[in-house]
Design a protein around this ligand. Structure first.
Ligand code: BGC
Length: 830
C-alpha cells in the first residue's frame, strides 16, 4: 500500500516517537498528546510487553541484575529503540515511548552513567539515517564505533555489560540476508568482540520484530551469559524489558517460532522471495513440525522454549484417556516453584504425535497449553488440560487413506507429551485408535491448480526408524468451480423500490433486513460493495484507512452509517495520537490469551474514544519464513497459538461494541511482490496450517469483519477466491460477517465467467467490499470507481442482483452490529 495522507501526517514514525524518561514526565507529555489515555491500557500494555520477553540464556544466573554495581549498557538501540515494525501495522502516532535506557533507570537499575552519556551524545549528534519512503525504511541503524579506552573505563566501573541489538522490518519490507538485517553488521560484531573481551559477563537484548541470525552466539561461547528476545513491545516496551532485566517482573515468555542455527535450515528457505511464485514445498512441515521431525540438531532454541528466574517443575499428577467416539485425553498437571528466591509463571504445553500411516506426520504438534498464575517460591498450581482426539485429525487431500477430502484419524498409537517446550516435553500418555476414523468430510477447496503441479515434502523412514525427507506429488484440484458456483447462486429478494424503511427499523425489529434490501437500487447495492474512494475519507475520522457502508447520500438518508476502518494490530493509526501496543509476536509470546483479551478490550475502548468502528487487526498469517517483513505483526509458526491469540484479540475488541477484522486471508507470508505472488500450497497444508488459525478464530470469536490478502492462492487472487471465501469460510465454517479486500485489488476477468470483470468477479466470490473503493491503475490508486458491477449486471451471463444483495446483506449486518457505537459517535458530533 502506498503512503497515505494519514501516513504522511503521522510521519516519520520511528523518530517522532516521543521519548519519556520517567513516569512523572508521562503526564506532562500526555497533556500535549493524548490527555485521556487510559492508564489501565498502558499498564496492561506494559504487562504484556514484559510477559512476552523470552529469556533464552541465563548462565550463572547473570540475571536479574543486582543493585550493587552499575551495568554498562552498549549499543545505540538502548536509545534508538525499535518499539514496533514498519507499515500500516506500525505507523501509529505514539503519545510517548520508552527506550531501554530510560526503562532501566526507571526500574532502579544502576547504569554506568559515563557510558550512557557517551551514547547519548553520539546518538544525538548522529541521528539515524532514516529513509521514510514507504518500503525503504532502515532495517537497522549503524553502531557507535567503540574505542578501547571507553570500553576499559566502563569495565573498570562495572562487572556486567548489556548489549542491545536492534532490527526492524515491515510491510513491503522483508528482512534480507545481509548484515544489518538477518546478519549482524561488522559494527555490531566489533562491539561484541570488544565488550565480551573486557567484561566477565555480557547480556544481549534483541530488540527485533523478526527472528535474526544467531550464528554469532557460537563465536562468543560462554562469554555471552544472558540473552533475551524482547520483540517489539510498543510504547511501554523499553520499560517492560527493563522490569524483566531488573527482576521486577519475572520472564515468562515462550518462543512461538523456532530459532534455528542458520537461515538455510528453515524448510521454506529455497522457496521464499521469488516475485511470482512461492511453492510451499515444505507442506505441513513448517517450523517445529519440520525441525522436530527431520532436523533436531539444527535448532538453537526450540518452539515453546523460555527460561525463568524461578525453578518451575512440571509434573503430571493424573491422566485419563477415553477412546472411541469423542475420545479425550485429560491431564492434571502440577506446577511447583521449587526455587527459593524468585516468583514465576509456567506454560504447560501438551504436544501430540499421530501414528505413521498413509499420511506423513510431524513428530510433534501442539495440542493444548495453559499458563499458570504467578507462583511465589514454594507456590504451586494445578492445571487441567483436556484434548479431544478429533482435534488431532489430519486432512487427507490425496485419498491416501481412502478418504479423500476428509479429516481423519489413522489407526495406531497417538502419543502425548507434556512439558515446557516442544523438545523437552515427556511422553506421558498414549491412546490407540483401532480403525481409521473419519472425523469430518468437507468439500474440496482451493486445491493446487493442475496446470502448476509441484512436489511436496513427505516423511520416509530408514530401516532403523529414523525420519528422512521424501517427496511426493501434491494432489491437484478435481472440482469444477463454474459448476459449483452455478449450483449455488442465491435467490433474489424481489425489488420493491423505496418504501421509506430505514435501517433502524430493522434494528428495532419493525422491518426485516430483506424488506430493507428490497428497496435498494442496483446503484445503491453497487455502492455498498465498495468503500469511499480514498483512504483518509472525509466521511470518517481524520487519518482513517477507509470508510464503507454509507458512502453516498442516498444510503445515509436510509440510515446506513459511514463505517470507519483504521489499522492496525499494534495501535490505532489515525491523524490523532493513539497508544502503541506490543506487536503480535510479543503478545503471542506471553502464551496468555486472558491477558491479551483484557488488553484488546482496553484497546477496543480506545477505538471507540478515537471515533473508529473497525480495527484492521489481528494479523494472523503464520511465521512460515523468518524473513517475512510482517512477522512482527503475526503471532507464530503454529496455528493453535495463532488461533487462540486471534480469538482473544477479537473477543476483547468486540466486547466494546466495535469490530475486529482478522487479516490477511490467506497465505500472505511474503512481502516482496505481495500483490503478484502466487502462494502454491497443498490443500492439506492450507487446512492444517494456514487456514487453521482463522478457523479457530471464526468459530470461537465470530469476528464481524475479515480481510482477504493481496497474494494469489493456487493461482487465484485471494480477493477473487470463491473457494476460500464462500466454500470454506462461509459454508464450512458458518461465517456470517463482512469480508473486505486488502487495500485495492488487481484487475482480472473471471476465467469461468467472462462477463465478470474486477468487482463483479469479486462479488461473486462473496468478498463483499472493495477497500478503499477507487481503482488501482499503473499510476497508483485513483479516486474513481469503476463500472464493472453495473456493466456485468446488465449482461445476461453477468453478476446477478441476488449476488449483489447477498453482499449488501453482509455489509448491512456489520452496520447493524456497530449501530449502537456509531450512533453514539454521530450523536456526539452533532
Ligand atoms: C495492509 C493491510 C492494512 C491496509 C490498510 C494494506 O497495505 O496490507 O494490513 O490494513 O493496508 O492500511
Amino acid at each position: 500500500m502506498p503512503p497515505t495522507p494519514a501516513a504522511v501526517e503521522s510521519g516519520d514514525r520511528s523518530h517522532s516517537l516521543i521519548p519519556v524518561e520517567s513516569v512523572a514526565q508521562i503526564s506532562t507529555v500526555l497533556e500535549n498528546t493524548d490527555p485521556e489515555l487510559d492508564p489501565h491500557l498502558a499498564a496492561l500494555a506494559r504487562q504484556a510487553a514484559a510477559d512476552g520477553v523470552v529469556l533464552l540464556r541465563n548462565d550463572g544466573s547473570v540475571l536479574p541484575f543486582g543493585t550493587e554495581r552499575p551495568i554498562a549498557v552498549f549499543g545505540r538501540t538502548q536509545l534508538d529503540w525499535f518499539a514496533v515494525g514498519y507499515g500500516s501495522g506500525g505507523d501509529v502516532k505514539v503519545p510517548y515511548s520508552w527506550n531501554l535506557l530510560a526503562g532501566l533507570r526507571d526500574a532502579g537499575v544502576a547504569v554506568d552513567e559515563g557510558l550512557a552519556a557517551a551514547y547519548t551524545r553520539w546518538t544525538t549528534a548522529n541521528r539515524p539515517p532514516f529513509d521514510a519512503t514507504w518500503g525503504r525504511w532502515p532495517h537497522h541503524f549503524p553502531e557507535m564505533p567503540l574505542d578501547d579506552e571507553l570500553v576499559e573505563a566502563a569495565a573498570s566501573r562495572s562487572d556486567t555489560a548489556l548489549v542491545v541489538i536492534g532490527r526492524a522490518a515491515g510491510e513491503a519490507r522483508d528482512s534480507v540476508l545481509e548484515p544489518g538485517s538477518w546478519y549482524l553488521t561488522d559494527g555490531e560484531l566489533a562491539m561484541l568482540d570488544r565488550v565480551t573481551a573486557a567484561f566477565a559477563r555480557t547480556v544481549v537484548v534483541l530488540d527485533t520484530g523478526n527472528a535474526i541470525d544467531l550464528g554469532w552466539l557460537d563465536r562468543y561461547g560462554d562469554r555471552i551469559g544472558g540473552l533475551l528476545a524482547a520483540w517489539q513491545g510498543g510504547m511501554e516496551g523499553g520499560r517492560a524489558v527493563a522490569a524483566v532485566l531488573a527482576g521486577e517482573i519475572p520472564p515468562s515468555g515462550r518462543l512461538t517460532s523456532t530459532l534455528a542455527r542458520s537461515y538455510d535450515d528453515y524448510p521454506s528457505a529455497g522457496n521464499f522471495g521469488d516475485p511470482e511464485v512461492s511453492v510451499y514445498a515444505e507442506d505441513v512441515f513448517v517450523g517445529y513440525r519440520y525441525f522436530e521431525t527431520f532436523a533436531r540438531d539444527r535448532v538453537v532454541f526450540p518452539f515453546g522454549f523460555g527460561l525463568d528466574y524461578a525453578t518451575l517443575d512440571v509434573t503430571v499428577a493424573a491422566t485419563t484417556t477415553t477412546v472411541g467416539d469423542g475420545g479425550r485425553v485429560r491431564f492434571v498437571v502440577d506446577v511447583v516453584n521449587t526455587g527459593g528466591v524468585h516468583a514465576g509463571r509456567q506454560t504447560v504445553q501438551v504436544y501430540a504425535s499421530s501414528p505413521d500411516g498413509a499420511l506423513s506426520q510431524p513428530a510433534r504438534v501442539l495440542a493444548a497449553y495453559r499458563k499458570t498464575g504467578l507462583l511465589a517460591p514454594g507456590g504451586r498450581e494445578r492445571v487441567v488440560i483436556e484434548i479431544a482426539l478429533d482435534d488431532l485429525a489430519s486432512f487427507d487431500d490425496s485419498g491416501a487413506t481412502g478418504q479423500r477430502g476428509a479429516w481423519v484419524l489413522e489407526p495406531g498409537e497417538f502419543r502425548f507429551f507434556v512439558g515446557a517446550d516442544v523438545r523437552s516435553a515427556r511422553h506421558e500418555a498414549s491412546v490407540t485408535v483401532d480403525a481409521l476414523r473419519v472425523v469430518r468430510r468437507v468439500a474440496e477447496a482451493a486445491a493446487v491448480d493442475p496446470a502448476t503441479p509441484f512436489r511436496r515434502m513427505a516423511l520416509a523412514r530408514d530401516a532403523d526408524g529414523s525420519a528422512r525427507v521424501a517427496w511426493e506429488d501434491a494432489p491437484t484440484a478435481t472440482v469444477s468451480r463454474r459448476e459449483r458456483i452455478l449450483a449455488q447462486l442465491p435467490v433474489e429478494v424481489p425489488p420493491t423500490g423505496d418504501r421509506g424503511i430505514r435501517l433502524d427499523a430493522v434494528r428495532r425489529g419493525t422491518a426485516t433486513l430483506d424488506d430493507f434490501l428490497a428497496q435498494l437500487s442496483p446503484e445503491e447495492l453497487a455502492l455498498l460493495a465498495r468503500g469511499d474512494l480514498t483512504m483518509n475519507s472525509a466521511l470518517g475520522t481524520p487519518g482513517n484507512a477507509g470508510v464503507l457502508g454509507g458512502v453516498a447520500a442516498s444510503l445515509r438518508e436510509k440510515g446506513v452509517p459511514p463505517i470507519t476502518t483504521t489499522d492496525g494490530p499494534s495501535g490505532i493509526r489515525l491523524a490523532a495520537y493513539a497508544s502503541l501496543l506490543p506487536s503480535g509476536t510479543a503478545l503471542a509470546s506471553t502464551w496468555d490469551p486472558a491477558l491479551v483479551r483484557d488488553l484488546a478490550a482496553a484497546h477496543g475502548q480506545e477505538l471507540v474514544r478515537k471515533g473508529s468502528d473497525v480495527l484492521l487487526s489481528p494479523g494472523m498469517n503464520l511465521h512460515r519464513d523468518p524473513l517475512c517483513g510482517r512477522n512482527f505483526e503475526y503471532f507464530s509458526e503454529d496455528p493453535l497459538v495463532t488461533g487462540r491469540m486471534a480469538t482473544a484479540v477479537v473477543r476483547g475488541i468486540q466486547s466494546r461494541g466495535v469490530a475486529a477484522c482478522p487479516k490477511h486471508f490467506a497465505a500472505n507470508n511474503q512481502e516482496a511482490s505481495r500483490t503478484r505472488n502466487d502462494s502454491r500450497v497443498s490443500e492439506r497444508a492450507l487446512r492444517e496450517l494456514y487456514l487453521r488459525g482463522f478457523e479457530h478464530c471464526v468459530r470461537d470469536a465470530a469476528p464481524l469483519a475479515l480481510m482477504t490478502s493481496y497474494n494469489k492462492v493456487n493461482g487465484v487472487w485471494a480477493h477473487y477466491h470463491h473457494d476460500l471465501v464462500t466454500t470454506v469460510l462461509r459454508e464450512e465454517w458458518g461465517y456470517r460477517g463482512c469480508v473486505i479486500t486488502d487495500w485495492w485489488m488487481e484487475s482480472a476477468t473471471d476465467p469461468d465467467f467472462p462477463a465478470l470483470d474486477d468487482n463483479a468477479y469479486r462479488v461473486r466470490a462473496q468478498v463483499d467490499v472493495l477497500m478503499p473503493g477507487g481503482v488501482k491503475t499503473d499510476q497508483g490508486p485513483q479516486a474513481v470507481a469503476d463500472d464493472t458491477i453495473l456493466d456485468s449486471l446488465a449482461r445476461p451471463d453477468g453478476i446477478t442482483l441476488a449476488e449483489l444483495q447477498r453482499g449488501a446483506r453482509n455489509v448491512l449486518g456489520l452496520a447493524l452490529a456497530l449501530a449502537p457505537v456509531v450512533e453514539r459517535r454521530i450523536g456526539a458530533t452533532r
